[in-house]
Design a protein around this ligand. Structure first.
Ligand code: ZN
Length: 663
């Protein structure tokens, strides 16, 4: 059956998405910079190749989200927070000289280039110029006040590699060559310790990046040294002993040294999600390559939360939905998933990435992105000064503000959206392209030697339709691999004609001769579903979106903080509902607002059936553990409206299962 373009657009819900406006074809020099870099022979080939920064650019709602970010704290942080301001050690000043400057640049730089924003490019260039000029004859670079610590340079290297991809600046590769020679020489005498020991894989990432550009075998020796000196994450997850909440008392009682605190630390674990798959490139072990799916199973079992993350506030904290997860861990888990998904090609990692990106990331930032939390909770009924049930974090951890609890997230959260945008589409090993995560974007790269442009128009995750226009300089045969989100059986059409490609390991390959103006459409059903969680709870999802019961919010300013402010948020409506699992879920789609996840106008809502549970209490602004049924969660039902998790800052997400009282 053939559909007109307009019929398809109406049917799939793409109407209202950004109109096709891609400028087709770029210069040959520009195209070559957008070609994926192939792996050298000393490494195992990954399943997919990430495209260089700038090859995939956000459009539609995702571009608006990045614009909101640029207009918020991310675009102004250096103007209001001294740690990344003019006195930063990474600008030659006497201020903060450790991880905060590099963290900020690691998100500011891709945001600036993806938005083609001159003001932000100038800001990021100041850090780049100082860093490139800081290189010493022995190869070390960066502020000398922390020269014995390997960690902050691991972050700066990630920013420098992105900068080289997008600019082609010839100063980057020589700096990295000199620095890695310095590491080879000095690491035996000054081995990895503390944060650097736990985060060695972030250094290996940049070592491999350089190896694939210069083929220098000594770099693989350095990578092995980093691996061997680094913490053994594979061993930890093979015999996982952190099966319950870690408490302050655990540390005191067991007299842990600081070094021994690292393995249960949330951000370390989020960064380490990529450690074993990344090392598989060198170990060439299939077990290593596919390790992350197993690693997530362990995290889900003992610390899983309904927003896709594991709990860690700031150490592993169990499955109670009133436990929290730190914003740094959210963006680092996303980055790890982007890297690991390219290596292993496992479709399930795409599901996880979408779940975290479309729920946990926007759910812990204010709509205007001027304030954020340190810890967010799936069941978050108040954000106040009360002492919370955190494992070790302080009382301010779930306030919204400039730097609640500690400033690491303030410096680090900026990478979340830009790096997601850059990873939506990758190159496949059979010389084609692959859509890994669904969001609106335009891709320009080189396939089989020919410049290709591809536009992905979609309002996913709010709608189930995707429309793609593929264009090349000449008709070109290549496969396009479409990831199939878990639970979906999409319908595909090319130029209005239905096709029936066969799914293979979570991807559908569509191989044909693509001609300019060809349109591929994909339609997913996006049926709402109830998902079982820990402690007898249930949560509701539709596609990758998790839904929550919103609690009416009263925002109370605590104090001004330069260009922004710190806030408490108090609840003003009932929250203690159980969910009638058997009841129907009714979907209502609404227009997507300028701020895609805004509280004021959620783009999709669900009507569900709830039962008020008088025996589910709170203490000091925290919901008690959800009462398990045992025949008690019974009552007369009410219609409740659920909205996307991220459209709420006070919410209940993990519901006790409840039963409607028979009249
Ligand atoms: Zn943090």
């Amino acid at each position: 059956m053939a559909y007109s373009r307009r019929e398809f657009l109406e049917w799939s819900g793409v109407m209202g998405a950004a109109a096709f406006a891609a400028p087709l074809y770029v210069s040959a020099a520009e195209a070559s910079r957008r070609e994926p870099v192939k792996y050298e022979k000393g490494l195992e080939q990954p399943a997919f190749l990430l495209l260089p920064l700038g090859a995939v650019r956000p459009t539609g709602w995702l571009r608006r989200q990045l614009e909101v970010q640029a207009q918020g704290l991310s675009g102004h942080l250096d103007e209001t927070w001294p740690d990344v301001g003019p006195e930063s050690g990474w600008l030659g000043g006497k201020g903060e000289s450790w991880e905060r400057g590099p963290y900020f640049l690691d998100g500011l730089l891709p945001m600036a280039y993806l938005l083609e924003d001159r003001r932000l490019k100038e800001k990021s260039q100041r850090f780049i110029e100082w860093t490139l000029k800081s290189r010493r004859p022995d190869g070390l670079f960066g502020p000398t006040s922390k020269q014995e610590d390997w960690w902050p340079r691991m972050v700066m290297l990630k920013a420098l590699t992105q900068y080289q991809e997008v600019s082609g600046d010839p100063r980057v590769v020589p700096l990295m060559e000199a620095y890695f020679a310095y590491q080879r020489k000095n690491m035996p005498g000054n081995p990895l310790s503390s944060w650097a020991r736990s985060r060695w894989q972030d250094n290996v990432l940049s070592v491999y990046w350089l190896y694939n550009r210069n083929g220098e075998a000594k770099l693989l020796e350095l990578a092995k040294m980093l691996h061997d000196q680094g913490y053994d994450w594979k061993a930890m997850y093979t015999n996982f002993s952190y099966t319950r909440k870690v408490t302050r008392e655990d540390f005191d009682r067991e007299k842990h040294s600081k070094e021994e605190n690292h393995p249960s630390h949330g951000v370390n674990n989020a960064m380490a999600l990529k450690a074993v798959p990344l090392w598989s490139l060198q170990s060439k072990s299939a077990e290593d390559r596919n390790f992350l799916v197993k690693q997530w199973e362990t995290l889900d079992r003992y610390h899983g939360l309904a927003n896709g993350m594991f709990s860690a506030d700031e150490h592993f904290a169990g499955t109670n939905p009133s436990q929290g997860i730190e914003l740094c861990a959210v963006v680092e888990a996303m980055f790890s998933l982007e890297q690991a998904m390219a290596i292993s090609g496992q479709s399930a990692l795409g599901d996880r990435l979408e779940k975290i990106a479309y729920n946990a990331l926007p759910g812990t930032l204010s709509d205007d992105m001027w304030s954020h939390q340190y810890d967010q909770q799936p069941n978050q009924i108040e954000c106040g000064f009360h002492s919370k049930p955190w494992s070790t974090n302080g009382t301010e951890s779930n306030l919204f503000g400039l730097e609640p609890n500690f400033g690491c997230c303030t410096a680090n959260f900026h990478q979340g959206w830009p790096k997601l945008a850059s990873s939506l589409v990758m190159a496949s090993q059979d010389k084609g392209l692959a859509v890994m995560v669904y969001a609106p974007c335009v891709v320009s790269t080189v396939v089989r030697g020919v410049p290709v442009e591809m536009e992905v128009a979609t309002d996913y995750p709010f709608r189930g339709g995707v429309e793609m226009r593929v264009s090349s300089a000449a008709p070109l045969m290549f496969p396009l691999h479409m990831r199939v989100p878990s639970g979906e059986s999409p319908v595909f059409m090319v130029n209005g004609e239905k096709i029936s490609p066969v799914e293979h390991e979570g991807f559908v390959p569509i191989e044909r001769e693509w001609r300019r103006g060809d349109v591929l459409t994909m339609k997913m059903e996006m049926k709402p579903r109830v998902v079982e969680g820990a402690l007898g709870t249930v949560s509701v999802m539709r596609g990758p979106l998790v839904f929550s019961l919103p609690i009416r919010e009263q925002w109370t300013k605590i104090r001004d903080r330069g260009l922004t402010a710190d806030w408490q948020v108090f609840g003003e409506s009932a929250w203690n509902y159980g969910l009638v699992q058997a009841a129907e879920l009714t979907v209502r789609e609404r227009p997507i607002g300028v701020v895609p996840f805004a509280k004021a106008n959620p783009a999709v809502t669900l009507k569900a059936s709830g039962v008020r549970l008088a025996h589910w209490h709170e203490s000091d602004g925290t919901a008690d553990a959800p009462p398990e049924d045992a025949g008690k969660n019974v009552g007369s039902s009410e219609v409740v409206e659920l909205v996307p998790y991220a459209s709420t800052k006070l919410r209940v997400t993990s519901f006790p299962s409840a039963t409607e009282q028979k009249a």
